[in-house]
Design a binder for this molecule. Structure first.
Ligand SMILES: [Fe+2]
Length: 275
C-alpha cells in the first residue's frame, strides 16, 4: 500500500497568481507529473486541504481540470480556505464527499490501511476545530476499523509548531486534548497526516506520529521567533509518500517535486566504492 500526500494547493481561477506572485496551478501540474512518473505508482493520493484559495466554484472547476492529469484515486480534504458547498457542487461525482452540506468526513479502504478523514474547518475562522459530533464520528469509525491500521487525515495539525503566526490560526489546546483522548485509545492509528503549515513538521501526539506536509507551491517561511512575520518562500516544493512495508509497517518519505542532478552510482561496476 502506497499513499501519496499532497497539501495546500491554493488553486486560483485561471490566470490568477496567489498573492500576486505564485502560479499555484503550474506548480500543481509539475507535482502531478512527478507523481505520475513514480514507479511503483501510489495506490491513492490524499490532498490535505486548502485545495483552492478562496473557496469559489470557479477555482474548484480549475482544480478539477488540473486533477484530470492524475489517473489515481484521490481523496479531497477540506482546509480553512475551502468551501464544503462549492467543493461538493464541482466534485459531485466524488461520492465519498457526501450528499449534503454537513462535515466532509469519510473513510476509504486503502487495502492494508484504512483512511479516515476529518473536517477541521471552523468558518469563518482560519483556525481549526473538531466539535463533539465530529469526534463522536471518529470514535465510531475507530470502533468499526477494529484492529486495521488507520491513517487519519485532516487539515489543521493537532499540535503547535513554533511558527507563531500559524499557531495563532491552529487548533486550540482544548480541541487537541479531546482528540488526544480518542487517539490514545487506539494504537492502530499509524499516522495523523495534516497540512496547513506548508512545511514538513513532525510531532509525537497521543502515542502516534502527527505530521504536516509541504505544499507543491509556496512554503511558509521557517521562522520560530515569536515575532515572526506571516511570510512565505518559494522553497523547493515537495510531497510525501507513506508506504506500508510488510513486516515493518508504515514508512514515510519526503519527495522533492523538481528533478535534481543524478542519480550517480556509489560503486564502480566491479563493486569498488568510487573514491
Ligand atoms: Fe494553506
Amino acid at each position: 500500500m502506497i499513499l501519496c500526500q499532497i497539501s495546500d494547493l491554493h488553486i486560483k481561477r485561471k490566470g490568477a497568481l496567489a498573492y500576486g506572485r505564485v502560479d499555484t496551478a503550474g506548480y500543481l501540474a509539475r507535482c502531478l507529473e512527478r507523481i505520475c512518473a513514480l514507479r511503483p505508482l501510489p495506490d491513492a493520493v490524499v490532498i490535505t486541504g486548502d485545495l483552492v484559495d478562496r473557496g469559489d466554484a470557479e477555482e474548484y472547476a480549475h482544480l478539477r481540470e488540473l486533477l484530470a492529469a492524475l489517473p489515481l484515486p484521490h481523496y479531497l480534504v477540506v482546509g480553512n480556505h475551502d468551501s464544503r458547498q462549492a467543493l461538493r457542487a464541482v466534485f459531485h461525482d466524488h461520492a465519498y464527499l457526501g450528499p449534503d452540506d454537513g462535515f466532509v468526513q469519510y473513510t476509504a479502504d486503502l487495502g492494508r490501511c484504512r483512511l479516515i478523514v476529518l473536517d477541521t474547518q471552523d468558518p469563518p475562522h482560519s483556525g481549526g476545530s473538531l466539535c463533539e459530533a465530529r469526534l463522536d464520528w471518529l470514535d465510531e469509525q475507530m470502533r468499526l476499523a477494529g484492529e486495521q491500521p488507520v491513517i487519519l487525515a485532516m487539515h489543521h495539525p493537532p499540535f503547535a509548531t513554533g511558527i507563531a503566526h500559524m499557531d495563532a490560526i491552529g487548533m486550540p489546546g482544548t480541541v487537541r486534548a479531546r482528540l488526544a483522548t480518542i487517539v490514545a485509545r487506539h494504537p492502530n492509528i499509524e499516522r495523523i497526516l495534516c497540512g496547513h503549515l506548508h512545511r514538513p513538521i513532525q510531532h509525537r501526539f497521543a502515542g502516534t506520529l502527527a505530521s504536516t506536509c509541504p505544499s507543491p507551491a509556496h512554503q511558509v517561511a521557517f521562522d520560530i521567533r515569536p515575532e515572526a512575520p506571516s511570510a512565505y518562500r518559494l522553497e523547493p516544493p515537495a510531497f510525501e509518500i507513506h508506504a506500508w512495508l510488510p513486516g515493518e509497517g508504515l514508512v514515510s518519505h519526503l519527495v522533492a517535486v523538481d528533478e535534481s542532478p543524478g542519480p550517480y552510482p556509489f560503486f564502480h561496476p566491479d563493486g569498488e566504492l568510487i573514491d
